[in-house]
Design a protein around this ligand. Structure first.
Ligand SMILES: Cc1ncc(COP(=O)(O)O)c(C=O)c1O
Length: 367
């Protein structure tokens, strides 16, 4: 199984498994901006290259200042810790705040469970229903937080792509404050949502000392290989996370890229509009395929269910034609037939859907 290292986007394992060249794979299993990085990024990185002989700023001060001013007057640089991807920040939350019991809403990003297991935490899972588009019931969630020391929630959730309304998330955050439960809100894909600023707790974070917001710059700005993310929270909590971070974990090129990328507002808006249009088109295409159901998503990927076909078999059939999809059968709360598809360019999506159609036909008729 190519997800044996835990995630999508592993074109190297896929190339090894399916006998393909890694660069020839059209990757629908990781959810990266289809436009690639903003054009000028490479010349900015080239200019910064001679400085790699020095250690990077261990506190990312310029980037934290830029982030704080981009987030508005309620956030100061002391409320931010920059990490080697949002993944590092998520790990730091568990290692610094030492929860005994971690709550996970299923299905969700596999890293939450992996991090909690590595740290020896007890794990409690709250399962959601496909009839509710895999969204948790808010009252149930408010009661669930009493049982755990830390809860992870994807906002938007991965692999579903949807999220609770802000008023519901606020209820959950207040329940967490009441019960001293840390609420880790993973906003890695929020940048892709139209009017993202209307869906985040960032403006009320100063009243919520148990809430942490995790952001990734690798997806929107297509710099997954450079690694850059950050976490926003109360100054004291951020200090605890920082005390566990490996020195110089954010390299100089990533810091320089981050400062430049934060100014790319037009690129972000263009991406949001493009992704929304292509997502709607893809949903319409998928509706024409027999036995295929897609779930509601507001971001740059779709959770899809295919009747009577095993996810891995479908993945293999599509890989023979150069397209890598995410097998989601192993997610707790999902099972056979679930896959996840990224939203890419119009032309790539058309190719992917035609390969999906052909593969389904071959697998269902044997021809
Ligand atoms: C939901 C979610 N959160 C966080 C991350 C980690 O992002 P980063 O590349 O910034 O470490 C991922 C990566 O796939 C993700 O899917």
């Amino acid at each position: 199984m190519i997800e044996r290292f835990g995630h999508g986007g592993d074109i190297w394992t896929a190339a090894e498994s399916f006998g393909l060249e890694a660069d020839s794979i059209l990757d629908y299993s990781s959810n990266i901006n289809p436009f690639g990085p903003p054009e000028q990024l490479f010349s900015i990185l080239k200019q910064a290259l001679p400085q790699v002989l020095r250690y990077p700023d261990p506190t990312c001060r310029n980037l934290r200042k830029a982030l704080a001013s981009s987030l508005g007057s309620y956030i100061q640089p002391e409320n931010i810790l920059v990490g080697n991807g949002a993944a590092e920040c998520l790990h730091l939350a568990v290692s610094a705040l030492t929860p005994r019991i971690v709550g996970i809403i299923c299905p969700s990003f596999s890293e939450y469970e992996a991090i909690a297991r590595q740290a020896g935490c007890e794990i409690r899972m709250l399962f959601t229903e496909k009839e509710q588009q895999f969204l948790p019931d808010v009252e149930e969630l408010c009661s669930f937080v009493k049982q755990v020391d830390m809860l992870f929630i994807g906002h938007p959730n991965n692999p579903t792509g949807n999220f609770l309304p802000l008023s519901d998330l606020q209820k959950v955050a207040h329940a967490c404050e009441q019960h001293n439960t840390y609420l880790c809100v993973d906003e890695a894909f929020l940048d892709f949502v139209n009017q993202a600023e209307k869906h985040t707790l960032v403006t009320v974070l100063d009243t919520l000392p148990h809430v942490l917001l995790f952001r990734s710059m690798t997806k929107m700005y297509a710099i997954a290989g450079l690694r850059l993310g950050y976490v926003i929270g109360h100054e004291q909590v951020i200090g605890l996370l920082k005390s566990k971070q490996i020195s110089w974990s954010v390299n100089h090129l990533a810091q320089v890229a981050g400062e430049f990328l934060l100014e790319q507002h037009a690129y972000v808006l263009r991406t949001q509009e493009y992704v929304a249009t292509q997502r709607a088109k893809m949903v319409t295409y998928l509706e024409t395929l027999p036995g295929v159901t897609s779930f509601s998503s507001e971001t740059n990927y779709l959770l899809v269910h295919v009747d009577s076909i095993q996810s891995q078999i479908l993945q293999e059939e599509m890989a023979k034609r150069g397209i890598l999809i995410r097998n989601c059968s192993m997610y707790p709360g999902l099972g056979e037939g679930y896959i996840r598809l990224a939203i890419k360019t119009k032309e790539e999506n058309e190719r992917m859907v035609s390969v999906l159609r052909e593969s389904l036909q071959i697998l269902s008729t044997g021809r």
